[in-house]
Ligand binder design. Structure first.
Ligand code: GRF
Length: 187
């Protein structure tokens, strides 16, 4: 199968990155992770790029420089899909426009509810009974683009932010790869 070259942007633990890398090793998975870009040199996720021998770049710089260098590398490596996975920078409109329809993100809530940070705290405070995660296309507004996949879980009485985060992340690992498959099956 001819795979699409993809890049994953991370800033932290990279557990979604790890799952995507593992799934991408399957012959029938539509993308190959050709590059990992981390906005932080402390990101644990870098260890997964190393472990699986995937080229990675650390760009611990301001947004303008980050985007300039990233863009150059993405074009040089013929990257056709950018997966944001725990990436903490907000990309500029220009950058998003230059990769229109080719940037996707995962967010730990059922969008459009609970955009932004500290989702689990807010969800528990509001006594929601259900939550989940959303994989969506990135547009110029924060956590706003078209949904690709949503996964839902019930919130249990005993849940705190840690347990909820753990359970939502388990759904994220399935949702992200499902979304990637869905994009290329539909195209
Ligand atoms: C995930 O919960 C994702 O929804 C959010 O950031 C977290 C990243 O986790 N955008 P990891 O770095 O993939 O472990």
């Amino acid at each position: 199968m001819v795979k699409v070259n993809a890049c994953v942007f991370i800033s932290g633990n990279g557990t979604n990155l790890k799952t995507i890398i593992k799934n991408s090793r399957d012959y029938n998975f539509p993308i190959k992770i050709s590059l990992v870009i981390s906005s932080s040199k402390k990101a644990k996720g870098i260890t997964f790029a190393r472990k699986y021998s995937i080229p990675y770049i650390v760009l611990n710089v301001d947004k303008k420089k980050f985007e300039k260098v990233a863009l150059k590398e993405l074009l040089r490596r013929n990257i056709k899909l950018i997966c944001l996975a725990g990436f903490m920078k907000i990309l500029s409109k220009d950058f998003i426009r230059s990769f229109k329809g080719k940037i996707i993100n995962i967010h730990p809530s059922l969008l459009p509810k609970y955009k932004g940070l500290n989702t689990f705290e807010r969800i528990l405070k509001d006594k929601e009974i259900m939550t989940g995660c959303t994989v969506h296309f990135v547009n110029e507004k924060l956590d706003n683009g078209r949904t690709i996949v949503k996964k839902r879980i019930w919130i249990e009485k005993k849940d705190d932010t840690n347990s909820l985060k753990k359970r939502v992340q388990c759904e994220e690992y399935k949702a992200y790869s499902m979304a990637i498959r869905k994009i290329y099956v539909l195209n």
